[in-house]
Ligand binder design. Structure first.
Ligand code: UDP
Length: 326
């Protein structure tokens, strides 16, 4: 298939591109490079620098390349930032997302995979969280993804679009060539590894008074390569119907467990101090991915936190300052 990947220069998008190319698909990347890295784009992908706000550019890509399907990764992704800048999130994730949908419909592109989020589940009634959980977006970011999920529902009803919404829990890890390089970095695992690289003095644990066994937040860490595989399987299955899947490992690890595992992997003491809670962090978020396992046979190849951190560490050692800076 020929797949248009928006955000294909970003962390998860670039690894999906790598896996698509390994699977024999043709890939066109559309990315404005605000957050992504040109070096992260697989050399066999066609790269178009452009912004989803620019409807003419989006239409031109659609017309020129006539993709069979779209994987839509391009968006802002930080819960905390979205509380500070709600309109930026609504404009980028929703308005620009609607541009992409309108262009897809106009050019007869009827397969669409949306990067969605665990932030749809701010107040879960059951753990692990399955697809029947009620949706309570935890921030303007989560809301922006929920609006995109709803728009896709209407795209199917009105235009016959087939779609999959993939709600990621905590994406992490790296492949040999591609890893996590955000500026500024806010995610736990890369920050911890920056301490091990000597780039930061310590890691601050955001609160140790949560209702969890060791008092620190518990999250479900899923390897990006496993996420990428889920996208490919979902894209191939769309002709049998639209779908929504929660994507995680099904196992939770606390912040303290992540730091301890990183100490084992890196051999560095990684000093840690307790700081205040970060607003908006729930105690525990663990996915049930039984539905995608049942429907598509997907299961994580990296169920083990240590193996995940090893892949991230290998990438960080090779690229201590990120893409293009060494
Ligand atoms: N966290 C932390 N210190 C940091 C960064 C993150 O204690 O410097 C915690 C955060 O509160 C959360 C977990 O690590 O419980 C994972 O956070 P991250 O930002 O990586 O992902 P999120 O869960 O926000 O998607």
């Amino acid at each position: 298939m020929k797949i248009l990947v928006t955000g294909g220069a970003g962390y998860i998008g670039s690894i999906a591109v790598e896996k698509l190319i390994e699977a024999g698909d043709e890939v066109v990347v559309f990315d404005n490079l605000y957050q992504g890295h040109r070096e992260a784009v697989h050399p066999d992908a066609i790269f178009v620098q452009g912004d989803l706000a620019d409807k003419t550019a989006v239409d031109a890509v659609m017309r020129t390349h006539q993709p069979d399907g779209i994987m839509h990764f391009a968006s802002y992704t930080l819960v905390g930032e979205s509380v500070q800048k709600p309109f930026m999130y609504l404009r980028d994730n929703v308005v620009n997302g609607a541009n992409l949908l309108e262009s897809a419909v106009a050019h007869g592109v009827h397969r669409f995979i949306l990067s969605s989020t665990a932030n749809l589940f701010d107040d879960p009634e059951r753990m692990p969280i399955d697809e029947n959980e009620r949706i309570v977006p935890g921030s303007p970011y989560g809301e922006s993804k929920f609006i995109m999920e709803r728009l896709l529902y209407w795209m199917e009803r009105l235009y016959g679009m087939r779609y999959a919404c993939l709600r990621y829990f905590n994406a992490c890890g790296a492949t040999a060539e591609r890893g996590e390089d955000h500026d500024p970095e806010t995610h736990l695992i890369p920050l911890v590894l920056q301490v091990a690289l000597g780039q930061r003095e310590k890691i601050v644990i955001f609160g140790d008074d949560y209702n969890t066994p060791d008092g620190t937040c518990v999250r479900d860490y899923i390897h990006v390569a496993d996420l990428a595989e889920a996208h490919i399987l979902a894209m191939r299955a769309l002709d049998q119907g639209s779908r929504k899947y929660n994507l995680g490992n099904g196992r939770g690890f606390s912040v303290k467990q992540v730091i301890e595992t990183a100490r084992e992997v890196t051999g560095h003491p990684i000093p840690a101090v307790i700081g205040p809670r970060r607003p908006g962090d729930p105690d525990v978020l663990i996915a049930s991915s039984e539905t995608i396992n049942h429907d598509l046979g997907w299961q994580p190849k990296y169920p083990d936190l240590r193996a995940i951190i090893e892949t991230a560490w290998a990438w960080h050692v090779k690229h201590p300052h990120g893409y293009g800076k060494d």
